[in-house]
Design a protein around this ligand. Structure first.
Ligand SMILES: Nc1ncnc2c1ncn2[C@@H]1O[C@H](COP(=O)(O)OP(=O)(O)O)[C@@H](O)[C@H]1O
Ligand SMILES: [Mg+2]
Length: 345
């Protein structure tokens, strides 16, 4: 099924992400330590930086510090696939902010971060031996983006803008980002982010989706929260009435892509031997959107998405290691003129 937005060789290929600039601080620990923090295992609670610093100190382990945030993960993934990218967000004028920015720049992302006197946002993830994550979050500067920091000029050379659902809490910014992208003639993709985000912002999201969104990305829980439908096929149909392209991701059961009255069933990749599903949806979107702007047929976009989603499930954390990217590149041997991809087998 062709979708004729992005022809191979089309002028615009860049994908711009707008999201929370969060540093991920990963620490391996045990259940007893998690219990001491008072955060329910597997859950997330907001704290101020001094509390997070203290918990990190008490953990006594050397943390791994990497850029995080859903849209940022997706954009980094697109950059690793060889796509042109940009990221818009807001950081603090501190070491975490510098590290966040440097990591994106290193991956070749055109990084346009506003800055603030407020510290950079961060998520301390306590990873237990069962690979569950318990999170202590401080949004800091990441939640302070204002409309002037997301002007239409930043979208002018972009094929797709990927907007993170978490931004809906910053209502003015959220709508302004949609307007800027629209004004620049950029297709708008919205990832619903979490079923809590959908439940808490149901009316606003519905009206924004109907007005602006071309590509609506949800997992099974978000699709149910948005549509009120238990049946996933019915849900993807309902979503495809709101946006030209709709996606329902279903973990190990693969995904459904809806376009008009057609539905494509995309199988998951791999043998189901996964380690940690953090970032699965984010990297799924990397493969899907990259394929789309290369002008690949939807089924091939879905296939590439499944491969990327699977590879991030094979490791702890939201970033695919070099061997994983090597395997993914077998699926994306790019033509020399970069006008398209070889068939994904
Ligand atoms: N256990 C798994 N085995 C293989 N692939 C998986 C597995 N879990 C996730 N994936 C891949 O990652 C994609 C996104 O994961 P999913 O859990 O549906 O999204 P989200 O992270 O948004 O909840 C899936 O559609 C699938 O392609
Ligand atoms: Mg899931």
């Amino acid at each position: 099924m062709p979708i004729d937005w992005f022809q191979p060789g089309g002028a615009r290929k860049r994908i711009v992400g707008i999201g929370s600039a969060l540093v991920d601080i990963l620490v391996s620990t045990d259940d007893a330590f998690v219990a001491q923090t008072g955060v329910p295992k597997g859950g997330m609670i907001y704290f101020d930086p001094p509390v997070i610093d203290q918990v990190l100190k008490d953990a006594g382990a050397t943390p791994q510090i990497v850029p995080g945030g859903a849209a940022c993960n997706t954009i980094t993934g697109v950059a690793r696939l060889g796509g042109e990218t940009r990221f818009l967000g807001k950081r603090g004028r501190d070491e975490f902010g510098e590290r966040f920015e440097a990591a994106l720049v290193r991956h070749g992302v055109d990084t346009l971060l506003a800055d603030s006197a407020t510290p950079t946002g961060r998520v301390l993830s306590l990873i237990t031996p069962d690979s569950q994550r318990t999170m202590l979050t401080y949004l800091g500067a990441s939640s302070e983006m204002v409309p002037e920091e997301v002007p239409p000029a930043y979208f002018q050379d972009c094929a797709v803008a990927l907007i993170e659902g978490y931004l809906v809490y910053n209502r003015t910014l959220f709508q302004h980002a949609m307007q800027s992208a629209r004004q620049a003639g950029t297709r708008i993709a919205l990832d619903l982010s979490s079923f809590t985000v959908v439940d808490e912002n149901h009316r606003n999201l519905k009206s924004i989706v109907a007005r602006y969104v071309d590509i609506l990305i949800a997992n099974e829980d978000e699709a149910r929260a948005f549509t009120g439908l238990e049946d996933e096929t019915a849900a993807v149909r309902a979503l495809a009435e709101q946006a030209e392209l709709a996606v329902v991701k279903r973990g190990a059961r693969g995904s459904l892509i809806g376009h008009g009255d057609q539905i494509i069933t995309v199988p998951a990749h791999g043998e189901g031997n996964v380690v940690d599903t953090t970032g699965a949806g984010d990297l799924w979107a990397s493969g899907f959107l990259f394929g789309l702007v290369q002008g690949l047929p939807l089924a091939q976009c879905g296939k590439l998405a499944s491969v990327c989603g699977y590879e991030v499930c094979c490791v702890i954390g939201a970033s695919i290691p070099a061997e994983g990217w090597q395997r993914i590149r077998q699926f994306t041997a790019i033509y020399p003129d970069r006008t398209g991809l070889k068939e994904v087998s």
